[in-house]
Write a protein that binds this ligand. Sequence first.
Ligand code: OSB
Ligand code: MG
Length: 375
Amino acid sequence: MNALRISRIEVRHLRMPLRFRFETSFGATSEKSFLLVQVFAGDGAWGVGECVAEDHPYYLPETNRTVLHVLRDFLAPAILGRSLESPDDVSSLFAAIRGHQMAKAAIEMAAWDLFARVRNEPLAKTLGGDPLRSVEAGVSIGLQPDISSLMRRVSAEVAAGYRRIKIKIKPGHDLDLVRAIRAEFPKTPLMVDANSAYELAQAERLRSFDEFDLMMIEQPLAWDDMVQHARLQPMLRTPICLDESITSPEAAENAISIRACGIINIKAGRVGGLSSSKRIQTICAEKGIPVWCGGMLESGIGRLANVHLQSLPGFILPGDTSASARYFEEDLIEPGVEVSKEGLIRIPLGPGIGQEIVWSRVDGATDHREAWSAA
Ligand code: OSB
Ligand code: MG
């Protein structure tokens, strides 16, 4: 295929109400506030990427405003007017810019979608995955006001067919929640996500989770410290899964080599894009580390990219990709991402992310827009 020259980049900021309040150890939100990036090549070809940054730096350091700044002042100038042989070229154009993985990933994922659309194939195929693979869906349930609300949520998601339940925890809202769920659902695949709310000094408390047969405990300790996780892991029977700490393939290699975790959560937005995600899943497959695909409450656009990423063989555990209808009254794609009664998602086989984007809804949710063109 001929190289594609990037002629124009358009960024929008969107706000979409969430159907529920999502609370984690770092805060609560009832709205999805995010950036959408469209890259254009000659002849009207385009691709779209959703940025996973939020309004605040409580999950990871980037915010929507830092992303907009880095896109405008550094990433767009590095790629505009450049010709790409493949979407893998994007990360080398960005190599001089340190960090800012979410900003990089937004353009990079748009470039993957662009190549898939130009080749008239589903993104899963462009990624080298199996588009006919069915994706196992799990759900992430936020902190609830009380245990009975949590139990209602868990029962509803188990009944909907989800293949594993993840609940958010924080100190003081942890063992009681898991104990209550286990009393009613002794065998349901279950895990917890602390989003860095604990310290190594609380290892005894974390060890108490061992009796509940959890699949894993996600990111218990500091977001930027895998050495502490490596100290904690031998004290637990439950595998540690790293999320926040894995920001690149190198970080994944380091974490595995010091045995900081037994499982890795891959979010393309957190690791700088889909090329890095592919490399991480390859590294993990070689080392026998299971991976799964995380989520960031994405709209249908980012959600579909997650669905396609899970066409790769290393994704052997159910992820956090759940149905669009859980999050939004009206998603940006039609139809939304759907999950079968068996807890499976079919990868859409249309070009790129594979389903129609409803641009009138995108426009309706947009409150800021800017674009940059090649000279
Ligand atoms: O830690 O995985 C996380 C949402 C926002 C920020 C961080 C996380 C999450 C989720 C939600 O767990 C997963 C989803 O439903 O998209
Ligand atoms: Mg997490």
